[in-house]
Design a protein around this ligand. Structure first.
Ligand code: GAR
Length: 189
């Protein structure tokens, strides 16, 4: 049994899918912590619903990113976390977290990286008139949505409705992320 921590900033649908997969034995793991930098986020409600411990913080309450990341590393260490899954966590992680969890942090992103990095990937892709969209799961490094790619899944869409692309993409995210996590856990990381 492995221990997972999920980081989120918003809706938390990926967090919830990972939590449910652990609860139902689909993943050989337990979500031992949900980390969220937005106290009002839906992800916080979802963690309560699943009885999962959360660390909810406001970055402005800390003198620096290094300060709150040191706190996060302490919590991850205490809970013997094997894998950190960023799931809509809208912050670039710094060397503090990377050094402590090198090779154990992954992220999911709603584009075929390296195209369309950042917080508005789908909107940018739609504005370009992209015809083939996709989802990427990758290792996390100090760059924005950088790091070696682990898996990608593409889909075709010929239109201009960004909400529709989000809907299609999220369905794919919810299966792709579970598949990748399962594979990584079984490979013993
Ligand atoms: C997901 O679509 C994820 O790919 C994206 O945020 C969304 C979070 O959804 N992440 C990024 O854009 C990272 N740059 P969720 O809160 O419902 O899981």
């Amino acid at each position: 049994m492995k221990n997972i921590a999920v980081f989120a900033s918003g809706n938390g649908s990926n967090f919830e899918v990972i939590a449910a997969a652990c609860e139902h034995g689909v993943l050989p793991a337990k979500v031992v912590l949900m980390v969220c930098d937005k106290p009002q986020a839906m992800a916080v409600e979802r963690s309560k619903k699943h009885g999962i411990e959360s660390f909810v913080f406001s970055p402005k309450d800390y003198a620096s990113k290094a300060d709150y990341e040191r706190e996060i590393v302490r919590l991850l260490d205490e809970r013997k976390v094997d894998l950190v899954c960023l799931a809509g966590y809208m912050r670039i992680v710094s060397e503090v977290l990377l050094a402590a969890y090198q090779g154990r942090i992954i992220n999911i992103h709603p584009s075929l990286l390296p195209a369309f990095k950042g917080a508005h990937a789908v909107e940018q892709a739609v504005a370009y008139g992209v015809k083939v969209y996709g989802i990427t799961v990758h290792w996390v490094d100090a760059s924005l949505d950088g790091g070696k790619i682990i898996a990608q899944r593409a889909f075709e869409y010929d239109g201009s409705d960004a909400d529709e692309v989000h809907r299609i993409g999220q369905k794919i995210e919810h299966t792709l992320y579970i598949e990748v996590i399962d594979k990584l856990l079984k490979e013993q990381l």
